[in-house]
Design a protein around this ligand. Structure first.
Ligand code: ATP
Length: 269
């Protein structure tokens, strides 16, 4: 199935009621060549094996989601790609370079950023100070100002609250801040770990709309880890199912949404 068909099917098969809330995912031939290729990745915590030979591919311009239940290894996958954890074996090819041995800041320099689970904002700093932390590798003040304007354009709420102490923001606003902070490093590839966690349903919709906007209008490739498989499969082009450290299913999201195993395990029947 080519990218055009894929996008068209996703739009047409989106369940009623969601259309109005979440914009259509990109259909156009914007999907490019492979940007990230994870090959036979094995990761352990001491004697505990968390990932066993997982492989996945993300093409430029795509939203790819990784779904799975608690403890499946989703966070471990993202942390290993972002350099926080080192694999026991396997390759992580980003723009054709094996980044598996690079430290996190070198990976951020290559424009691959992660929004961590639980947001990890600096609660005692203001919104503006938190955002500036996201540009810690940037020395050029004019570029930082430009990035701030770009983030405020995507999240006007953060501009309104720029002087507010981050710890007093609502959960949804803190998630916006965490995404905004990652955007300050000007990523080409953004990984999001459970952006819906602990957020009121209305703001979850806003956050997912923003994820689509970041992908569609700003051309940022996205790898999305989500327990809310229903929402994730609505906005993603393709998906992987992770179970106890192994990839058990993969394919276009529209196919996985209709897969009986996925339906009963992750979509409430
Ligand atoms: P969740 O949705 O609950 O966040 P997950 O799919 O992200 O789960 P991981 O956090 O990647 O799963 O965990 C994968 C496995 O590795 C689990 O069995 C977990 O207990 C184990 N694990 C994670 N972090 C550590 C650690 N620091 N030390 C030991 N084991 C760990």
């Amino acid at each position: 199935m080519d990218a055009n068909q894929d996008g068209k099917q996703n739009r047409e098969q989106r369940p009623e009621g969601v259309k109005a809330v979440i914009p259509a995912i990109p259909a156009a031939g914007r999907i490019g060549s492979t940007l990230l290729e994870v090959k036979n990745l094995c990761v352990s915590y001491g004697a505990i094996t968390a990932l066993q030979e997982i492989s996945l591919t993300v093409r430029a311009g795509e939203i790819v989601t990784l779904i799975g239940s608690n403890g499946a290894g989703k966070t471990t996958t993202l942390k290993t790609i972002s350099g926080v954890l080192k694999p026991r074996s396997g390759q992580i090819l980003y723009a054709s370079e094996n980044i598996a041995a690079l430290p996190p800041h070198r990976i951020v320099q290559r424009r691959l950023s992660q929004v961590p689970e639980g947001r990890m904002i600096f609660a005692n700093l203001t919104v503006l100070e938190n955002l500036k932390m996201g540009a810690y590798l940037q020395r050029d003040k004019a570029l930082i100002t430009r990035e701030l304007e770009y983030v405020f354009e995507i999240f006007p709420r953060l501009k309104e609250r720029s002087k507010q102490v981050a710890g007093t923001l609502s959960g949804g606003e803190q998630q916006m801040l965490a995404i905004g902070r990652a955007l300050m490093s000007k990523p080409r590839f953004l990984m999001l770990d459970e952006p819906s966690l602990g957020i009121a349903p209305l703001l979850v919709k806003t956050i997912f709309e923003k994820i689509v906007e970041i992908n569609q209008q700003h051309g940022i490739t996205i790898l999305l880890v989500e327990q809310n498989a229903n929402l994730a499969l609505q906005i993603a082009h393709s998906a992987y199912v992770l179970e106890t450290g192994r990839i058990t299913l993969q394919g276009p999201s529209v196919e996985l949404r209709n897969n009986p195993q996925v339906k009963s395990a992750y979509l409430g029947g």
